[in-house]
Design a protein around this ligand. Structure first.
Ligand SMILES: C[S@@+](CC[C@H](N)C(=O)[O-])C[C@H]1O[C@@H](n2cnc3c(N)ncnc32)[C@H](O)[C@@H]1O
Ligand code: SF4
Length: 335
């Protein structure tokens, strides 16, 4: 792929610029405007007129038990799946607001949702310029691949973290239950189906959290996948064991600026809305989409209070947790 390399500190991205050129061709200047507005809102700490980005957890369940995952460290949660009436409400409101970026699959394994093919179709109705989904790829069937292509997902992202079956087994295998061969086959079948249907999208992103077990395989991984995929993200590991140790003593640096409350809303499987990912697992005063619309929430005093606090550097506990996770990350960067 003709690659550009972007080092954002905790993530090093290699991507095929043709993907973005294609989006610019489809959406014209609107695509660059949305990306630019998102960046600017974060930098200036001024909210956008509507969230640029909705990040959705479709279920709290996961079928894997990856060794580094934050799920190993969060308090036990009630497990469930997003109800279709909540999906419908989000889709209807996001469409009316012309939300430009939809992301499915935060914090769990979204392909476990029994209605995943219908959900893919419904979120396509939003008409977002960026429509992403992240998955571990183990449950990707022919039917789901069809639905992904038909929904014109922009990017389907699969987390692999390994170039060899042995390393995959150590990180994601869960005692031999899952293997790299199956996930690789699933990804290749999606790519082949996309070619057969003569479609440009979804482009494929692979993600790789770099840690002791897999850092020696980074170059091999790039070579293996280079001709097939459009984006690799190598991510710094957040060491949650370290996080637990430092959380009580974290102080936030002067130059820390959080973009989240100014540009996005996170919605969990119950329909609880949050102004950032930090509140995802330890919700403080959640507001449910059945009680308040996304637009009302965006302009509500609850989220505005957080924006003011972030701007005035009077950070609440939820921000300290987020910064602790970043600090636990900086100490583990391995490239
Ligand atoms: C929690 S998963 C949810 C989506 C899906 N289940 C998957 O594995 O891609 C989202 C991303 O977080 C990454 N991740 C998990 N634990 C991490 C950690 N401790 N540090 C950095 N990234 C992590 C995963 O590798 C994955 O790319
Ligand atoms: S598959 Fe994703 S959510 Fe599940 S344990 Fe692994 S990294 Fe965490």
């Amino acid at each position: 792929m003709a690659k550009s390399v972007m080092d954002r500190g905790s993530i090093k991205r290699y991507s095929n610029e043709a993907v973005f050129d294609e989006l610019r061709k489809i959406y014209g200047g609107a695509y660059d405007k949305y990306r630019n507005d998102w960046e600017t809102a974060g930098k200036l700490q001024v909210k956008e007129e509507r969230p640029s980005h909705l990040l959705m957890e479709l279920t709290s369940h996961c079928n894997m038990l990856c060794k580094m995952c934050y799920r190993n460290y969060v308090p036990e949660r009630v497990e469930g799946y997003m109800k279709m009436e909540i999906v419908d409400k989000i889709v209807c409101e996001a469409k009316a607001l012309k939300v430009p970026s939809i992301f499915l699959g935060a914090g769990s394994e979204c392909l476990l949702h029994p209605e995943i093919t219908l959900i893919l179709k419904k979120f396509a109705e939003v008409g977002a310029m960026d429509y992403w989904m992240i998955s571990n790829g183990s449950l990707l069937t022919h039917e789901i691949s069809e639905a992904i292509i038909d929904a014109q997902l922009t990017v389907f992202s699969v987390s692999l973290d390994a170039a060899t079956p042995e390393t995959y087994e150590k990180i994601r295998g869960n005692g031999g239950k899952y293997n790299l061969e199956t996930v690789t086959r699933n990804i290749m079948e999606l790519i082949n189906l996309r070619e057969r249907k003569n479609k440009m999208f979804p482009r494929i992103r692979l993600s790789y959290v770099v840690m002791d077990e897999n850092e020696h395989e980074v170059e091999r991984f790039k070579k293996q996948w280079d001709e097939y995929v459009d984006m690799f993200d190598f991510q710094a590991l957040t060491d949650y064991a370290l996080y637990e140790k430092i959380i009580e003593d974290v102080s936030i640096e002067e130059d820390y600026h959080c973009p989240d409350p100014f540009s996005r809303i996170v919605i969990n499987y119950k329909g609880d809305m949050h102004p950032c990912v930090s509140n995802f697992y330890r919700p403080e005063e959640p507001v449910n989409i059945q009680d308040m619309s996304i637009k009302e929430y965006w302009y509500s005093s609850a989220i505005e209070a957080l924006r003011v606090a972030v701007k005035n550097r009077a950070f609440p506990k939820s921000c300290t947790r987020c910064v602790a996770a970043r600090l636990a990350m900086e100490n583990t960067k391995k490239w």
